[in-house]
Design a protein around this ligand. Structure first.
Ligand SMILES: NC(=O)c1ccc[n+]([C@@H]2O[C@H](COP(=O)([O-])OP(=O)(O)OC[C@H]3O[C@@H](n4cnc5c(N)ncnc54)[C@H](O)[C@@H]3O)[C@@H](O)[C@H]2O)c1
Length: 231
């Protein structure tokens, strides 16, 4: 069995000291533990949580120890406390507001996706510059004119950038000026955003090319074990 982590266990943790590869696994743990808690189960062992999250239990324990404390042994993790700790650590103790810039094929598909809400993300607006699209409704959201972003009545924490590459840098600056702190950039261009904004690039073609590399290997196992490729 693993440890109990209390909801206060991240006090004093310097978030920036936690490696990005660890951060990238935390949403998986959160989703897993929330799913388990929703069934009425109150505790879970590190082994079971690790298996359901697709990592080894030693990686899981190391990752969670980076959030601050180890606690009592022998009981397992409290699902509620661990979920609360992970939410707080990830900044999801309040719903993060998300806007999409670009109401084209990609932006529309994302705007119509119902899954953000249950992951603590509140899709609050979708912007475009095309007059033919402004005012139309995608999912439940009307498309707004990008010029409205700077005076949007609600704080927008995060932006999904789904505009052509040529339009993305200027749109990123509009978002930064409006106080946006993170941009998930689908446009195939490097965004030179100010230091106040964290940019993550998404490139599905590159991901597929990496997968193509692994699928072309004929001598090595495709899944060499959690320990080797996940830590
Ligand atoms: N990274 C990936 O894996 C991946 C996958 C698919 C698409 N993309 C990229 O995502 C972007 C969107 O793709 P798409 O297929 O939805 O394109 P699209 O042409 O269907 O939509 C682009 C939308 O952006 C709007 N737009 C143009 N300039 C704008 C601006 N300054 N401000 C706000 N809106 C503006 C257009 O009016 C249009 O509605 C493209 O850059 C594309 O290359 C990336």
């Amino acid at each position: 069995m693993g440890e109990i982590l209390s909801a206060n266990s991240i006090e004093g943790v310097v978030r920036k000291d936690v490696p990005e590869r660890v951060i990238s696994r935390l949403p998986i743990y959160l989703q897993t533990v929330e799913t388990i808690a929703a069934t009425g189960q109150s505790t879970i062992s590190s082994e079971a949580l690790a298996a359901r999250s697709g990592v080894s239990s030693s990686i899981l324990r190391k990752d969670l120890s980076q959030l601050g404390r180890s606690g009592r042994r022998g009981v397992g993790y409290s699902c509620e406390d661990l979920a609360s700790t992970l939410r707080t650590f990830l900044g999801l103790d309040r719903a993060r507001t998300v806007a999409i810039i670009g109401a084209g094929r990609l932006g529309s598909a994302l705007a119509d996706y119902a899954g953000f809400k249950r992951r603590g993300l509140s899709l609050t607006a979708i912007f475009d510059t095309d007059e033919a699209k402004i005012g139309t409704v995608i999912g439940t959201l009307p498309v707004s004119d990008l010029t409205e972003l700077s005076t949007w009545p609600e704080d927008i924490d995060l932006v999904v950038m789904a505009v052509p590459a040529s339009a993305a840098p200027a749109a990123a600056h509009i978002a930064a000026d409006a106080g946006v702190r993170g941009i998930l950039n689908f446009a195939p261009t490097v965004l030179d955003a100010p230091d106040s904004v964290r940019v993550h690039q998404v490139d599905l073609a590159s991901e597929l090319q990496v997968l193509a590399y692994y699928s072309a290997l004929d001598s090595a196992p495709l899944n060499p074990g959690f320990e080797e490729h996940r830590n």
